[in-house]
Design a protein around this ligand. Sequence first.
Ligand code: BES
Ligand code: MN
Ligand code: MN
Length: 455
Amino acid sequence: MTQADLSTHLDRDAAQQELFELLRIPSVSSDSTRRADMGRTAEYLRAKLATLGFSARVDQTPGHPVVYAERLDAPGQPTVLVYGHYDVQPEDPVEEWVSPPFEPEVREGRIYARGATDDKGQAYAHVRGAELLLSQGELPVNLKFLLEGEEEIGSPNLEPYLEAHREELACDVIVISDGSRFAKDVPTVTYGLRGIAYVEVRVQGASRDLHSGSYGGAAPNPINALCEIIAGLKDDQGRITVPGFYDSVVPLTEEEREMWAGLPHSDEQFAASIGATSLPGEEGYSTLERIWGRPTLDVNGIWGGFQGEGAKTVIAAKAGAKVSCRLVPGQDPADITRKLQEFIPTLAPQGVQVEVIDHHGGDPVKFDLSSPFIKAADRALARVYGKPAAFGRTGGSIPIVADFARILGAPVLLVDLGVNEDGLHSPNESFSQEDYFNGILTSAYLMQEIGGVQG
Ligand code: BES
Ligand code: MN
Ligand code: MN
């Protein structure tokens, strides 16, 4: 079968309508009031996969359910496990959405809804990819789907699930589409993800809020203290000051730096695309190196004191911040968290108590570019986009990926179908219709290429 053949058989209207149904269910994993919606989303996916002839079920976990489905009717062929997540980030700030987050709408060729690209749209492209292949014959591989509902909260129950279902989940390769291509016109194979270590810093001063006239100058101020702490975490070259932070970082090779330098990237365009005037960062590294290959420390949230209208003269009793580090190969999230917990309190000025709480972590990963599956992905992408793929890493994290490699012992293939401009986690998240339809074709061709069967 030729490329034109499969593309002609793609039912774009049905593919879009079903994605809309999925996007209408507000499956926000962090929101306990939406528990029932999580179950409905899992059931929707199970039922769909069952109609495609998969043996499909919803498995309960202590948290949100896992959807597992398999269709193993290609004896002697490789087995592919597709992983995706049906949970989404919270929709806030809801007033910034042009159309409501859970009422999908197409504007100028883009599907707008929370989860459109992260990850319902990308995961569903694989479901429709299987449907497309089945509409023309048999699947070229044995296919398994593992769709979880807790990725956005750190996949707390998936590792034990993998352990418990190790044999059932056995496969030759794990395929994941849950990130961004390098650029709109560039098909991409992603061969690395950063890890993450996430802590919360809580600073306590006096036992109650105080009048800043009666006490100011004498009382400890936890907000000032927190600012000193944060300022002390980086030096003027953008390097993180936590002792030992870089000790185990695997340095970028010259080869990799050269490959990245050859990618079509412009700092000016990149800055413009986020509405920034310049790109501060660690000295001595390019933008792509900073995002893909270097660890970071960013404050993700900060609170304390008076936030209301007008002015209130008060010294707050408490302040706090959420701080996350993206990690690169060599670094261990537990080790970095320990180092943050040891160092941060030493930066505090007198008179405040500091607590550093561990939220969640995830290991970084980097894959071998010479794997035959990467070559299969390259060929599949060339069939869809008519050009060779770029090979890059990504700055985001999918913590379960390291567990896949470790527990299932299979290589992971990251074939990203969206782009950063889709606005993952932002208001007005979207997925271009073209990317969604190309994603369905990519999935179908990828299965053919992995199966060594090109129809
Ligand atoms: N799909 C993203 C990860 C991602 C984003 C990969 C951009 C590549 C490019 C995933 O859903 C996500 O948001 N992951 C979190 C992990 C966290 C909750 C542990 C992240 O990266 O912040
Ligand atoms: Mn995702
Ligand atoms: Mn996400």
